[in-house]
Design a protein around this ligand. Structure first.
Ligand code: PLP
Length: 375
């Protein structure tokens, strides 16, 4: 089965096989493995050992985003969140429920965010200490220019938290070039193509030291994760980790490096994007985004305007052919969503397009155009 969803993604057999062992996380064989994974991830993010650190939290991306918000913004502190889509909404909810004040910046979700809007919002409200940005908005499929937005945050003397969960590993990001960045947040199971279960942040050591005691939560505190590193070494976890997921992640990193790292991964995902975009257009289906703004992570395609259209029937028929896509709507108008990431290739995309062509008549869909034109 190919998982064509934006996480957890299709993985390679070698990655899954690394899970098939018993591991003791406090054992002296495991600790150096964990420490080396952290160093490798920090290096991929462009961080130097004396300024930056890779911190790992058990669990999903939401946990890591919540921990970043709690750690770097004091209780009652104020964060500007450009409302880019579903994941910006989620960051806002995590921050609010953690007792931070969210100021929402409404934006056009179908195009990359204009950094000038962020600059203006920050200039208008000096009480905002942070900006929370989603690099690749999984709701829309649009990629936002994290470095350019960071530059205006830096110019305004504020700080940034970047949800790069569906971006990092494929889209470039260099933490050393972005002094305003408090946390680059991502997980094991998206563009690094590992198993789900680990949340990561790469952040600055000086900021982690300044932010001890902010979190108001022992579990969701990256400053405490850092304190543990300082106390007990970089191979130690505070609480029981998903040790097998970490072993699988190490193999996934080896594959990532062997493939050619970030540029190679981005090139493969772009090729997946192009194969799918061309393929669905050739079938008379219409992607929700214009080609120029369609990112290489996830693509929404307008549902055909035919009374026979039924998303679950479509998903089930595709699944019978070996392709699994999301079975819920992610856009205001009906669409189906396809992940472009994971251990999949343009040939997989072409096979998937051929399967769509067979499945639509099978479920009785004759008219393939969208109900309404995209904005
Ligand atoms: C997947 C994703 C997350 C985290 O999702 P979890 O289910 O908590 O792992 C966060 N942000 C974005 C943009 C994502 O795509």
């Amino acid at each position: 089965m190919k998982l064509l969803i934006p996480g957890p993604v299709t993985t390679r057999p070698e990655v899954r096989a690394a899970m098939a062992q018993d591991l003791a996380p406090w054992d002296n064989d495991f600790r150096p493995m964990y420490a080396s994974v952290r160093e490798r991830v920090r290096a991929h993010a462009g961080g130097a050992a004396d300024s930056h650190v890779c911190l790992v939290l058990q669990g999903c991306g939401h946990f890591a985003t919540e921990a970043a918000v709690r750690t770097f913004i004091p209780a009652g502190g104020r964060i500007l969140i450009p409302m880019l889509g579903a994941y910006a909404d989620r960051m806002a909810r995590l921050a609010r429920e953690a007792g931070r004040v969210v100021v929402e910046l409404p934006v056009n979700q179908l195009v990359p965010l204009d950094p000038a809007l962020v600059a203006a919002a920050l200039a208008a409200d000096p009480t905002l200490s942070h900006v929370g940005v989603v690099y690749s908005e999984t709701g829309s499929g649009v990629i936002h220019d994290a470095a350019a937005i960071g530059a205006v945050v830096h110019a305004a003397g504020r700080r940034m938290i970047l949800d790069a969960v569906s971006a990092f590993g494929a889209l470039p990001f260099d933490v050393s070039a972005r002094p305003e960045l408090d946390a680059l947040v991502f997980t094991s199971n998206k563009c690094f193509e590992g198993m789900p279960g680990l949340g990561f942040a790469v952040g600055r050591i000086d900021r982690l030291l300044e932010c001890q005691g902010n979190a108001g939560s022992w579990s969701f505190d990256f400053a405490d994760v850092y304190a543990q590193t300082a106390r007990s070494g970089p191979g130690s976890f505070r609480f029981t980790p998903p040790a097998q997921v970490l072993a699988a992640f190490e193999v996934a990193l080896d594959i990532y490096d062997a493939e050619g790292g970030q540029p190679a991964r981005l090139a493969r995902y772009m090729a997946n994007r192009n194969a799918l975009y061309d393929g669905v257009v050739a079938l008379s289906l219409q992607p929700c985004l214009a080609r120029a703004v369609q990112g290489p992570i996830v693509m929404n395609v307008h549902a055909p305007d035919d009374p026979a259209w039924n998303l679950q029937a479509f998903v089930d028929a595709l699944k019978a052919r070996g392709y699994l896509i999301s079975n819920f709507y992610n856009t205001p108008q009906p669409s189906f969503r396809v992940g472009l990431i994971g251990a999949i290739t343009p040939d997989d995309m072409r096979g998937f397009v051929a399967a769509i062509d067979q499945v639509l008549p099978e479920i009785g869909v004759r008219h393939r155009g969208p109900a309404r034109q995209a904005a």
